[in-house]
Write a protein that binds this ligand. Structure first.
Ligand SMILES: [Zn+2]
Length: 380
């Protein structure tokens, strides 16, 4: 297994996975040792010993000659594969107005960034992808348990006002896992009604929403996280539609990478040359401490791809976790499509975000995510 990543972060030398490196080194050291032993035997039976003091030097040189080219050729191949992956991502996005982003969740290295303008330099509503943050908050604060159910009849009345679920006929009884998988608004409206708004604000701040990610690119939009909002606005906040909530796809990428890796929020780094790729050193901005709620949210995301709104991103031989979003724009009636996710489920090595202007999460963003993931795992 050779994930697309740079040297630092997971114990690599010149881009080679540690285990592989040790295996290579072990076999090469054995070969070098065999040579030396042979030479030693020859020299010990004669009167003339040409190797004597030079033996140690010879041994060291053998190691250098054998080990360095192997690992550094691998580094070069890694970068070449990275460029091929980026090209594939650009082809997948095609002429659509949107952005495709991918990150190594183990170290914050940005593997792909197609359309920097929409990916980093502009922010908008996250829509239902934000339900990941809401669900974490609900569990962490003991407002719901994973088995608590709420009924979705297609709409729900909260303080005298009707709020609709996206599925007109309703989802019926839903627990948290089903609500994440089906992206049921009615569940979240009802479950979130008794949640203090401050708890959700704290969670958003924990993921550093409303702050720049500090990526090594100019013109980053820092987005916006609400400082204060009315009870009415809280309803919209719960499902990622608050007026004062705006995120960039890059902010969502590192958020989803933190979900995938267990809580490390990285400063994203986008290498634009092999030199930068080689010099990359990961930087954890925040270590978020999750309890059991993380496992439950990830399971909900797995189910979303298995049978829910994210099913368009399902792969044949690999388990993917994800969440879709269809966010209303600030003005007008158009919607933006989101997909955030990671794979493989058990041991994530890629986190991705697909964002499309004028589209829907399930039907537009998720199928593109599938293509991106397929490309990645084919190249790996
Ligand atoms: Zn529903």
């Amino acid at each position: 297994m050779r994930p697309l990543q740079s040297a630092e972060g997971v114990g690599l030398k010149c881009g080679m996975p540690l285990k592989r490196h040790y295996e290579t080194a072990k076999s090469q050291v054995l070969v070098a040792h065999g040579w030396l032993e042979g030479l030693n035997m020859i020299s010990s039976v004669g009167f003339f010993n040409p190797w004597g003091r030079k033996r140690n030097l010879c041994f060291v040189l053998s190691l250098v000659v054998f080990l360095l080219p192997a690992s550094c050729t691998n580094q070069s191949n890694n970068y070449t594969r990275l460029l091929t992956f980026r090209k594939k991502c650009a082809e997948i996005l095609g002429s659509r107005s949107g952005a495709i982003l991918a990150m190594n969740p183990r170290n914050g290295l940005v593997l792909a960034l197609v359309n920097e303008k929409l990916g980093v330099q502009s922010s908008t509503r996250p829509g239902s992808t934000f339900k990941i943050v809401t669900a974490l908050t609900l569990l962490k604060n003991g407002i719901v348990t994973p088995t608590d159910q709420f009924v979705c009849n297609g709409q729900v009345e909260i303080r005298g006002k009707i709020h609709r679920c996206w599925l007109r006929e309703g989802h019926g009884e839903q627990n948290l896992l089903q609500a994440i998988a089906n992206s049921c608004n009615a569940y979240f409206y009802q479950a979130g009604e008794s949640m203090p708004a401050e708890a959700l604000q704290t969670a958003a701040r924990q993921f550093h929403l409303g702050e720049c990610t500090g990526i090594n690119l100019a013109g980053e939009d820092c987005g916006e996280a609400p400082e204060w909002f009315s009870p009415e606005e809280k309803i919209h906040f719960i499902v990622g539609q608050a007026r004062a909530l705006a995120v960039t796809p890059m902010q969502m990428l590192r958020l989803i990478a933190a979900i995938a890796n267990g809580g490390s929020l990285y400063r994203p780094f986008y290498p634009t040359s092999q030199r930068e790729f080689k010099k990359f050193r990961s930087e954890v901005v925040e270590m978020i401490h999750f309890g059991d709620e993380l496992r439950i949210i990830k399971e909900g995301m797995r189910q979303s791809v298995a049978y829910g709104t994210s099913v368009g991103a399902k792969l044949v031989n690999l388990i993917v976790a994800g969440k879709t979003g269809t966010a209303s724009e600030y003005f007008g009636t158009k919607t933006d499509a989101w997909f955030v996710g990671f794979a493989p489920f058990e041991k994530p090595e890629i986190a991705i975000v697909v964002f499309l202007e004028n589209g829907r999460g399930a039907s537009d963003a998720a199928p593109l995510a599938k293509e991106v993931l397929n490309s990645y795992f084919r190249l790996r």
